[in-house]
Design a protein around this ligand. Sequence first.
Ligand SMILES: *Cc1c(COP(=O)(O)O)cnc(C)c1O
Length: 741
Amino acid sequence: MQRAKRNDRLDGFRLVAAALVVAIHTSPLTSWNENADFFLTRVLARIAVPFFLMVTGQFVASGCRKETDPRVMRYVKKAALLYGISILLYLPIGIYAGHYKNLSVTAWLRMLLFDGTFYHLWYFPACMTGILLIVLLGKLLNKRQTMAVAVILYLAGLGGDSYYGLTEMVPVLSDAYQLLFSLFSYTRNGIFMAPLFFLFGEWTAERNMDDRRVLWAGLGVSFLAMTEEAFLLRHFKLQRHDSMYLLLPVVMFFLYRLLLTGEKQSAPAAGNRRWAVSAVVLSTWVYILHPAMIVVLRGAAKVSGIGLLTENSFVHYIAVLALSVLAAWIPALFLHRSRKENKRNAAQPDDREPHDRKPDRQKPDPETTFSSGRAWLELDRSALHHNVRMLREKLPDSCRLMPAIKADAYGHGAVYVAKELQKAGVDAFCVACAKEGIRLRRQGIQGMILVLGYTHPEQFAWLEQYHLTQTVIDYAYARQLNEYGKTVHVHIGVDTGMHRIGIRSEQLEQIFAIYEMEHLAVDGLFTHLSASDTMSAEGQSYTKEQSEAFYHLISQIKAHGYPCPAVHLQASYGVLNYPELAGDYARIGIALYGVLSTKEDTCRWSGSLKPVLSFKARIATVRTLYQGESAGYGMQYTAKQDMRIATLAVGYADGLPRALSLGVGSVLIHGHRAPVIGRICMDQTIVDISGIPQVQAGEEAVLIGRCGDMEISVCDIAAQAGTIANEILSRMGSRLERVLV
Ligand SMILES: *Cc1c(COP(=O)(O)O)cnc(C)c1O
């Protein structure tokens, strides 16, 4: 049982990576052994920059395929800002060192756009170039082709880096590289290196390889091989530079997957959040500031006469690292504090109790504390990942998942589910209301969150504050949103036949008017199919009409020159019955959780979906009901003979439908069926265990899930209660504990 710790691990490793970068620039082991230093700084430490690129890639690269994904531009702006600050910071040192003397305009451009104005600053233009290149490629090519181009660029980069000695021998290649080197000093830049690792971050996160033994073995073997590669290249003097190796992506795959795959950790994440935020800022500033600290230290050693600080390479390294961390602490502390204050000053939209309100308090967070107490839900992570993989296979490459995690992820626990999905590379979610979105943001969920339903005008500020995307419910609502006066990101709901919400698909003028509204940023349009769950002739023609109306509308919008960055119409049944109607996103809800609304439908997909949730409760007490006695409210059940009964610590307030009373429903104990007797109470339920030997208080009863050879599915319960699985799941009680297994 565990909880996703992805952010904390990745953030923690940022500090390690920053320390490795400092090592590259200080060569800590030269005083001792040149080979050891080569290993540390030219082999081991070469994982640092790819790691930074992959983290960025996991959260940003996926957005590159969407025209207006705000994350991409936000990231580029941030990188530009940091680059700008760094340029200014290093200007005096660069001038003093004579770096900028007699530079031509082209030399300046080359420095600004590729090489960086100081030796470590190439990283920022590389990030910006890399992202923009992916954006460009994403417009021309599909995902696989984009990756192929990035791989080819990386291989070409190798030819100008570690393998230059080989390419140099071929005259044509040698000329080509000479031309490249007149544009930039190294191939380790935003064209040849960054794109691959950006895409690779997302790709690695989407893989489903969680066996830590395999990952460790893979890391060990690939790292040994890369070490061999590096020493061989050095031995044969083939390296022009040593940032890129053939095996580096392989090593990075295993390393990154290991960081994403958690070990058992019971510490609540709430206490770590404060640290996590500063780890990001701290590592960035260590990166930016450490060359300045090298200069400072050299100056200090000269002035003070303490030669040891610069003479012994290892002491020098430690001193630079310590000084850099101290120096970075100031901006980190400052940035972190201003963030916290923003949080404190923000309106508190949540009436839930404190754990959401103060993410950094020390008490264990009820969201993250596990004790298998009275009644609980077990969430099968591997089943969830399996369903994600299965759905991705069913959908074309261009259609991405936007899981519906409304109603607490159909009762499963939205934060757990979202964190798992984020691990699988999912970066768009939909919820029913703003509060659900806010809760996810406060627990660190990134990416797009689309609010599918109504948000009250008094709550429009939350949309902005928490970067939520709002659905346009109708035209009057669009005007209300616009009157709020600050930019709101929206998807326009289109009514093609559900007649629930949305602008009617024939109301082109209204849709154009919404595009023209000053404060609305239209990021997408969607409709909802109302009959995709039936395959009757009538249902099929209705669905056809709906989808045609929708696509006709989209083509008209495009014909008028308005962008349609994200277009979506599919939910679970659409993907099941009409996979050809893909769109840019599929808003998958129920299928993600491994079931469909009814047993028959689930059977149609059986084998391919795995139920994620099991519902269990504790047997509170076991007793005898003597002949003629009745159990429960209203004397509805009377014993015909002496019998053994058990009282379970679960009731209708936990989500067990009261309609299962009086023998309609049953639970599983020791692999046997125990019928419900009497009426289900709010918090307790009585079952007949006469036929089941040796049942004891404190044991488990299974309400949904497997027990021995028996299984009760959520669809069984739905049928008994006269409803669909969706309703049973979404009514799972909030007081149930959720446990990841
Ligand atoms: C709930 C919802 C979904 C998800 O539906 P499933 O059938 O559970 O996949 C998709 N779109 C909209 C608009 C929804 O309200």
